[in-house]
Design a protein around this ligand. Structure first.
Ligand SMILES: [Zn+2]
Length: 341
């Protein structure tokens, strides 16, 4: 069996002809297997959805209970057979519930890793290398210039700024699923035990993480007005950490805080120009994707016969593989945004 007969890129996403299912389809399909809850991978409207319990719960939180007609839970490591094709889900280390999907048929195994990272993340299970013939890797930060610094050092920068500017609110932009909870958890691990204020858009997901046993400490709504006896007064956010989704920073919400220090937690903060364009005063290079070294080390470790590269800087990683006599091709799948990182 040729790899292309088992999984192939189509306009709707990666399709498995013998199993008649799609992985992370970008439009509604009869049967979808979903790697994780980020909006570009998990979309509503498919008939049947197979995903980890946590990803199914996250989809229900984001899209409502009727995000599909029939949902099926994929317990990690267990084989499920669909039309004679074996599939199994394995931790991807990206966000809570994220999984790689291994697809096996007639002695051939392809692993679609979705988004993944190798760094320690206190909010999800670590990436688990799975033996396979073809490894499908993301390429969000697949250029040698991308080398993410130690997460603890980035968190230390934020804590140092809080000490330096005790009168200023520190507004941390962080993607609503995964990054926000991870930044909060890292702050707790670094000993920060004051209440952390969150934008309303983060509440449901933070509550879900807490209900899954990830302790985020005391979270309070970042509402500017607090009632006092004779009316409303401005709540005091001096020296507070306020976490919100990146989109909130462009609107009036962000301007309500006193002399804020604008921070943004993203792998893209490695690019100074991006930080400048966004008006970020304190860039925090914290990524939920692999950097260049982690991508190449992962391919070395898994040692597949062939690598397929998708969403991101595909060409550089394909070239790297070819220089090592490893067969590789870009998939050119469309519809996966690497901005939301
Ligand atoms: Zn993702």
């Amino acid at each position: 069996m040729r790899p292309d007969d088992l999984l192939r890129p189509t306009e709707a996403g990666l399709y498995c002809p013998p199993g008649d299912f799609y992985i992370d389809p970008v439009r509604p399909v009869p049967r979808a297997l979903v790697t994780h809850g980020h909006a570009d991978h998990a979309r509503p409207g498919s008939e049947k959805v197979l995903a980890t319990r946590q990803t199914l719960a996250i989809m229900a939180l984001r899209y409502g209970e009727d995000f599909c007609v029939e949902r099926q839970e994929a317990p990690l490591g267990e084989t499920i057979t669909i039309n004679g094709v074996d599939v199994s889900f394995h931790p991807a280390g990206h966000v809570l519930g994220s999984a790689q999907i291994a697809v096996s048929h007639n002695g051939l195994t392809i692993v679609a890793s979705g988004d993944y990272k190798r760094r320690a993340d206190p909010t999800c299970l670590p990436f688990e290398p799975v033996r396979c013939d073809v490894f499908i890797t993301e390429a969000t930060f697949a250029l040698p210039v991308f080398r993410h610094p130690e997460t603890a050092d980035e968190v230390a920068k934020l804590l140092a700024s809080l000490r330096q500017f005790p009168e200023r609110a520190h507004l941390v932009g962080a993607y609503a699923l995964g990054k926000a909870q991870r930044v909060i958890r890292h702050l707790r691990d670094a000993g920060y035990d004051k209440p952390i204020y969150i934008h309303g858009a983060l509440k449901k997901l933070c509550d879900f993480y807490q209900s899954e046993g990830i302790d985020l400490g005391e979270l309070r709504p970042a509402t500017i007005e607090a009632k006092s006896g004779d009316g409303t007064i401005k709540a005091d956010f001096a020296g507070a950490v306020v976490v919100g989704p990146p989109s909130a920073f462009a609107d009036r919400w962000a301007r309500r805080f006193p002399d804020p220090v604008s921070c943004f937690a993203s792998g893209w903060m490695r690019v100074r120009q991006r930080a400048r364009q966004r008006g970020v005063e304190l860039p925090l290079i914290i990524s939920d994707h692999c950097d260049w070294d982690e991508l190449t080390q992962t391919i070395d470790e898994i040692a597949p016969q062939e690598v397929w590269v998708t969403h991101g800087r595909e060409e550089a990683l394909v070239r790297w593989c070819e220089l090592r006599q490893l067969r590789a091709r870009p998939l050119h799948l469309v519809g996966y945004e690497d901005e939301a990182e």
